[in-house]
Write a protein of this length. Sequence first.
Length: 369
Amino acid sequence: MKVPFLDLVSQQAEIADEVLAGWQQLLATSAFIGGEPVSAFEREFGAYIGSTHTVGVANGTDAIELALRALGVGPGDEVVLPANTFIATGEAVSRIGAVPVLVDVDPDHLLMDPDATNAAVTSRTAAIVPVHLYGQMAPMTEILAVAERHGLPVVEDNAQAQGASSPAGRAGAVGRIAATSFYPGKNLGAMGDAGAVTTGDAELAHAVRELSAHGSSVKYVHERIGMNSRLDAVQAVALSAKLRRLESWNAARRSAADRYAELLADIDAVAAPRSREGNIDVWHLYVVQVDRRDRVLTALGEEGIGAAIHYPTPVHLSPAYAGLGIARGAFPVAEAAADRILSLPMFPHLTADQQELVAAGLRRAVEAG
């Protein structure tokens, strides 16, 4: 590959010595579940995003489920979420027996449409789950207003926006409760699966911690039916090391996004992404839109340029959600975007020379017709 889609090797090299030293301490104590490394990371991440309480869990999907369960959302309840998201957002809703109610996104940023959200609320709605997609926060001021109008909690899906902010506040600290993923490719990624729930509500945090530990806060005393979803100390050590570098890595992503905007400005066949006014984005993904996207993707691959699609199928058109009975045409913006979106290489160590190769290859691909 001339330009990989994602370069985790360079990132790991920055933190290797620090992480190995922390792991050596763990090996000496054999304290792999819980303990100070986990507590320390929870404090550090909470302080970073401005949340009073952080509970580390096993992965991002569990984080959404646990946040919803802590709020009391359950079988038969409706949860409103965007059609343009990774399936995990809907999957977490389905796993607790609730019903995902999908809404379209806005055409400029492909983020949850507040008007569509408002129209989707019914007497059965129990929560609203905006998704901070591609490293940009959803329109939280408007969504929070919708939620307040209907007396509903907002659960942020913050899997792709650690460090992002908007006029409403910092991602993960704006809604009633938030879920994040530390999958290795995220801006803040573990060395395996990991996630967290953040909230300013002590009772919700207690409920999440209890639910994530088999419904127990005292050993062998199980207050409710829970699950086994804990952040382990091995991952906490790695996450703490990366968190100390996250601001600089996010700044590097912003610089790379600015460079892409300059390189692609004169390619009429490429629609570059746009930031919402007042947002500070962290560019988890750099998603352009092109016609004949699959041909362009193939052409880039043939030139040794990594690219990907996030995501090729809206939630309602996934076979797993055929039971919702939502036909193509229900969410035209999300559906049209799914046929045109293309994620270009984006990572903190992306060089200017690499980006010039990407832009040149993309130009050739779209002009080939």
